[in-house]
Design a binder for this molecule. Sequence first.
Ligand code: ZN
Length: 294
Amino acid sequence: MQLLLRSGGQRVAVDMERAGGQTLNVGEYSYRPTHMARKVRRLAAQMWGSDLAPGILEQRLTFEALDGGVGSSPWSDSGSFSPTSGSIVSLGRWDEDGSIGIALHELAHEMHMRSGGYDNSDGVLREALSLLAERESGLRRTFEREPYYTASNLISQLCELSNFARQSFAKRWDEIVTLSNDVGLSDLVNFYLDRSERLGLGRWLKRYSDNLELRDAILNRIAAVTLRYSLNYRRYFIERVVRCNSEITPDQLTYVFESITTLDRRYPNDDLEQIIAVCFAPHTRQRRRLLAFG
Ligand SMILES: [Zn+2]
C-alpha cells in the first residue's frame, strides 16, 4: 500500500508498511500509516481469503494526502475506484478507522471486478457490495445521493434480518456478488425477510404454481414494487400476497402490483399500507368469514 503525499507540484510516495511509527496529519485528523496498512491487510484477508490475489494491496490501493488537508471540493468523494488504475483513498475526510473503511469499500469494487460481475452490474449492486465490506470494518455512513441511498437502505435491511446477518462474510458476499441489479437485491431482502419471519411467501408460491419460471417472474415483480419499501412495508405487502386466493391469475396479480405502484406515485402522502390493503382486498381471504363458516 502506497501513500502519496502531494504538496504544490511535488509528489512523494511512501510504502505504508515501512513507515515505522510515523504519524501524518491531514486536516483535522492524524493517521498512522503502518498501523492502517496492517489493519487493511488483516481485514481484507478475513473478508476475501485466498481470493485476495498477491499484488492487489501493493499495486492497486493507494492512499493520498494533499498538503493543507482536504484540497478539492467538499462534495468530492473520499475514495474512488477505476478498473484500469485501481483504488485511491483520500485522507482528510474521515478519521483513521473511517479511512480504513473507505479502503475496504474501494477494495470491494476491485474484488467485484475480479469476480467478473462488475461490468454487468448496475450502480446500486456495485455500491451495495462495497457498503457490505465497509460495514464489516465498522464504518456506517448515511447517503442522500443515488445509487448510494438505495444501496445503503437495501444492505441495512439485509443486515437486520437474522438469517442473513448471522452468515459469514464470505457467504453474504457470495450471495450478493451473483446478482446484477437493484431488483435482484430487493428480491434477496424479500427472500430473507420471508425466511427469517416465516411469512409463508415461498410456500404460497409453491402451492400457487408448479411453473418455476412463473414463480420467479412473480418474485421479480414483487421485488420491483417493493424496491424502495422499508422492511415494515415489505412485510405488510408479503402478508397480503400470501392471503390471496390461489384462484388469482398471474394477470390479476400483476394488475394488483401495478395499481399499488401507480397509486403510491399519484398519492405520495397517502398511507401506503392502506393503498396496499385496498388493492389486494378483492383477492384476499377474509379471515373472519372463514372462521364463521368453520
Ligand atoms: Zn463505491
